[in-house]
Design a protein around this ligand. Structure first.
Ligand code: ZN
Ligand code: FE
Length: 758
């Protein structure tokens, strides 16, 4: 007889690992014990040499579905004495620093759905049904090791029946930490105008269904926070939602009963289907079948964001209605609400109806959002279902804990240790005071849960970013060094981190980022990681009249561009609403006042959108570009506009004056708008492909990384990747973190490591 002493590091707690080992041990006739430890699981098993080998083989190749093994260490010894009869689960222990992982929230599994729907099951229509393979984790956990006392389920002692399941090695709820049933678990309640109108699961659910059917908005407490739900067809409810959230035109997320329902409205590729039906159940951005369908949900654009039910409660709601609007319960820009009292207070102006429950939420977490174009899935928001799974990076195994505070508009921090990077969930715009606190609260949770004590801090270069201020304060308080990293370089480092690249050409196209010369960057080409990080090309600077104001009043962009190109004749190409104000702005600009120079590619998209009359006062960040893309999707042409790469030494400048001139002229002649929008898109991908060739010629670098908010534009992303690949480049984009500013924190960590910690 032999004894194997096994230590496993990875996502092995909260995923049914111990019961799985119990079953496996019986199959191979092994005895001994298993316990949860601060680094994962530890076990000592005895059996014949061949059965131990088969056991290990099985474990390595078929771990439980939600588990992920990063490291398995095994030592064989001669067994001493006669082994006990079976494998047992010992109480969890913690002796040192935590180095294991917490699983993300998982959508309800098929086996649970089956019980939920069978009348004879004791959990028939029970909204909190869960098992070893499914249910919330991250959102309900205080810390490690993952056992019931460390979750919000500590308030609900198990009834004898549940306890029997918990102890039954044959049951799929054996050692499942958060199980419950209608006798011992959390309960729903329905509230109207601040009074409890229906207590108890089924009565509360029925009331909510009734109110939804009447066309009302109902606030529903879910897994990671509150949703505001209403029938997708109820124009009135949707209009009320938009008024309340101050969100006139921004698309709203939809939850559909099943794939068949989604297909009625949108096309889905195989890849999109596998995302929709994955255990993570994110929102997936799909192309509408009919551009005008559900126009009140996503006005003027050709896509819709769909998700499938992911909690048992959603499943019960969607049984009644095929399609619900499910938008996060918060004010626009604020963090999703998690507590009952706060929800009743803050959401009461929009609805008197609340479907609540008494299971607490510890970590609030919005729905994640992905799109899948020709070049695969891309994150637009990484939160529920993915956080807190770490991103693995190869170099820096020796790297001490580092904190990176990310960027401001799409808040997200990162904590790194030994090649693992934990990224927080999406934290919203840090300019919102509540999100700022949410950032600090979460940082504390991550530090405690994973025993992370940063030894250095990295922040964005921007002098007035809140994330920079947080980093500064944190570093001071703990006596640590505080490093600053340029925004667009961090974008590219985030891609390099995912693919373990040491050198690359980087194309960072986005709306805004503070440059090393104090100007606003955003149309940038770099060569990174060759003992330096050179900016080799950028969009030629153009003036932003009134700085930030130009983000919302796009006329200011036109007034910054046209007079430079056409001189006094600019008025023949554009007639401003307020001629006096326009004249004043142009005059100030010509004197070099009230104008901030920028190389922002996002602002170039806005300029063209405004020039074509598509959008001049966006209602949300990026709307002008989104509508421009929608227009371009309606045209087919390979044509492009003129542009030039100028300058004898680097950084070269990308001069698009010729394009703006041509667009203005064509627009004056009344040319077809979608066709012009398409030609603009073709020009941008041509700029990338052509500039990349020039850079490769000079620097002999064949890796190219694309990142930044502009690449959320599917036409740009697909066309660019296609052109670069045709030119023989190895092209890389963000896969594990958002391609927008939500991925910056990962780049800050990796850039810090690549530069050797300075
Ligand atoms: Zn389940
Ligand atoms: Fe950015």
């Amino acid at each position: 007889m032999k004894k194997a002493i096994i230590n496993i590091n990875g996502v092995v707690q909260g995923v049914g690992f111990r019961p799985y080992i119990l079953k496996l041990a019986r199959k191979y006739n092994l005895a001994g014990y298993i316990e949860n430890r601060e680094y994962g699981v530890h076990m000592e098993v005895t059996g014949t040499g061949s059965s131990l080998r088969s056991f290990l083989n099985h474990l390595r190749h078929n771990p439980p579905p939600a588990a992920e093994i990063f490291d398995l260490d095994c030592v064989f010894k001669e067994a001493d004495g006669s082994p006990s009869a079976a494998l047992i689960i010992k109480a969890s222990r913690r002796e040192g620093a935590v180095s294991t992982f917490i699983p993300p929230d998982m959508s309800v599994c098929d086996a649970c759905i089956k019980e939920l729907s069978s009348e004879n099951d004791r959990r028939y229509r029970y909204p909190f049904i869960t098992c070893n393979d499914c249910g919330p984790r991250f959102s309900i956990i205080y810390g490690l090791p993952y056992d019931r006392p460390q979750t919000v389920m500590n308030e609900f002692p198990l009834c004898p029946e549940c306890l029997a399941e918990y102890n039954d090695a044959e049951c799929r709820r054996c050692h499942a930490q958060i199980i419950s049933c209608p006798h011992d678990g959390p309960v729903l309640s329905f509230w109207e105008h601040g009074r409890e109108a229906a207590p108890g699961n089924q009565a509360a659910l029925q009331k909510a269904l009734d109110r939804l059917k009447e066309g009302a908005v109902v606030a529903v407490k879910g897994i990671g926070g509150f949703h505001l739900a209403c029938l997708a067809g109820s124009g009135q409810a949707v209009a009320a939602l938009r008024r309340f959230k101050n969100r006139q035109t921004k698309p709203l997320a939809l939850m559909a009963r099943d794939l068949a329902t989604i297909r009625r409205y949108a096309r889905c590729s195989g890849q999109e289907i596998s995302l929709l039906t994955s255990r993570e159940k994110p929102i997936v951005i799909l192309r509408k079948n009919d551009p005008c369908a559900l126009n009140h949900i996503a006005p003027g654009i050709r896509t819709l964001g769909f998700m499938l039910p992911y909690s048992p409660l959603h499943f019960l709601l969607l049984q009644e209605f095929p399609l619900l609007v499910m938008t996060s319960g918060n004010m626009e820009g604020e963090v999703i609400i998690k507590d009952n009292d706060e929800a009743m207070e803050k959401l009461s102006p929009i609805t008197p109806y609340f479907l609540l429950h008494n299971r607490k939420i510890i970590n609030q977490c919005d729905d994640s959002i992905l799109m899948a174009g020709k070049c695969g899935p891309v994150f637009l928001r990484r939160a529920r279902g993915y956080v807190p799974s770490p991103v693995k990076i190869a170099p820096g195994k020796e790297c001490g804990p580092v904190l990176a505070t990310g960027a401001d508009m799409k808040g997200c921090f990162a904590l790194a240790r030994n090649g693992f990077v934990w990224l927080s969930q999406f934290l919203g715009d840090l300019a919102e005071a509540s999100n700022y606190h949410f950032f600090l609260e979460n940082l504390r949770w991550f530090e405690n849960a994973f025993d992370l004590k940063p030894q250095a801090v990295v922040s964005d270069l921007h002098p007035s970013y809140f994330s920079g201020e947080i980093g500064e304060t944190y570093a001071k308080k703990h006596g640590l060094a505080h490093y600053r990293m340029q925004h667009h370089k961090a974008h590219i480092y985030s891609v390099m981190a995912e693919y373990d690249l040491r050198t690359a050409i980087g194309v960072a196209f986005d709306g805004t980022g503070y440059g090393e010369d104090g100007r606003i960057w955003g149309g940038e080409f770099f060569v990174l990681g060759r003992g330096g990080d050179e900016r080799v090309a950028h969009l030629k600077y153009f003036p932003l009249l009134g700085g930030e104001k130009a983000v919302w009043e796009l006329e200011r962009l036109i007034l910054g561009y046209l007079p430079r190109i056409f001189g006094a004749a600019w008025k023949t190409y554009y007639q401003p609403d307020d001629a006096d104000k326009a004249a004043l702005l142009v005059d100030l600009c010509s004197k070099g006042r009230n104008a901030v120079p920028t190389s922002s590619m996002g602002r170039l998209f806005d300029t063209v959108s405004a020039l074509l009359g598509i959008c001049r006062s966006p209602a949300y960040d990026g709307e002008a570009a989104v509508l421009l893309e929608a227009a371009a999707a309606g045209a087919r042409t390979q044509e492009k506009y003129p542009w030039e790469l100028v300058g004898s030494c680097t950084p070269w400048e990308i001069d698009v004056d010729g394009m703006i001139k041509k667009i203005s002229t064509e627009h004056r002649c009344g040319r077809n708008i979608p066709r012009m929008a398409r030609k603009f898109h073709n020009t941008i991908s041509d700029i990338i492909a052509t500039t990349a060739l020039r850079i490769r010629e000079k620097y002999r670098e064949n890796n190219i990384c694309l990142s930044g908010g502009v690449f959320q534009n599917r036409i740009i992303l697909d066309q660019t990747v296609e052109k670069l690949s045709a030119q023989g480049f190895k092209t890389f984009i963000n896969r594990k973190v958002p391609i927008n500013d939500g991925g910056i924190a990962l780049g800050q960590v990796y850039g810090f490591i690549l530069r050797g910690g300075n």
